[in-house]
Design a protein around this ligand. Structure first.
Ligand SMILES: [Zn+2]
Length: 235
């Protein structure tokens, strides 16, 4: 492992807590990682050279025709050496760039202890996988569309999603999602009440409370191990 790769991996790991508790938390860490990566690699301008990022991390990138990628735009095959990334060569340039950045996040996270993401999804593996994918998408957007540069472009008057997408060499849909995430919008400011809605007061039926309590108790009893069954198991 070369010194730069080692330094990047070390600094990336130092940003990760023992456990990530929610999608918002995971996205915050992802953004910090992307920002640090741009800083450590001294990438001076946009569009961000995402292929150079992969090269600096010694991640091998292989291109595959769409007919071999079976409806996916990319895939990471992890290995002790840092992993290979397979990219659908027939996707658009914006998609290829986003996919490579997304897969770089998977490769960077490959050596993290599994407990880091264990709380995501509250025990539901499908939900956890989905949240991890969303986090990788967010990392990709943060890497290719650095917030400070986006803000500068926006302030200078470039506010059309298509124009910004061309500037950063990402897809327009990715740019729109990122603009919404950061709140770059031309909409007129709304009063604070708008952001909290109008709660509808609810009355709680005592019969509903009794029925729900019964249901919880019977579910809890079902989950408790039967002592007789436990003895039988030991025999
Ligand atoms: Zn993914």
């Amino acid at each position: 492992m070369n010194a730069l790769k080692e330094k990047i991996r070390h600094e990336m790991r130092s940003l990760v807590p023992r456990r990530i508790s929610s999608l918002g938390h995971a996205q915050l860490i992802a953004e910090r990682k992307a920002t640090l990566l741009v800083k450590l690699l001294r990438i001076p301008r946009i569009p961000i050279d995402v292929f150079a990022v992969a090269e600096a991390l010694q991640i091998e990138v292989e291109m595959r025709p769409r007919y071999l990628m079976a409806n996916v735009s990319g895939r990471t095959v992890c290995s002790a050496q840092g992993g290979n990334i397979l990219i659908n060569q027939n996707a658009t340039l914006g998609q290829r760039r986003m996919t490579l950045a997304h897969e770089i996040k998977h490769a960077l996270d490959d050596d993290l202890p599994s407990e880091v993401f264990s709380n995501l999804g509250h025990g539901n593996d499908d939900v956890r996988s989905d949240l991890i994918e969303k986090t990788c998408d967010h990392f990709a957007a943060c890497l290719l569309i650095p917030r400070k540069i986006l803000r500068r472009a926006w302030s200078s008057g470039i506010q059309e999603p298509q124009a910004l997408a061309d500037l950063f060499e990402v897809s327009t849909s990715a740019m729109i999602i990122h603009l919404q995430y950061w709140g770059f919008t031309n909409e007129k400011p709304k009063p604070p009440r708008h952001y909290f809605g109008q709660p509808q007061l609810k009355t709680v039926d005592p019969a509903w409370i009794t029925a729900t309590r019964r249901k919880w108790r019977s579910e809890a009893r079902r989950q408790e191990p039967c002592p007789m069954a436990a003895q039988g198991d030991r025999a």
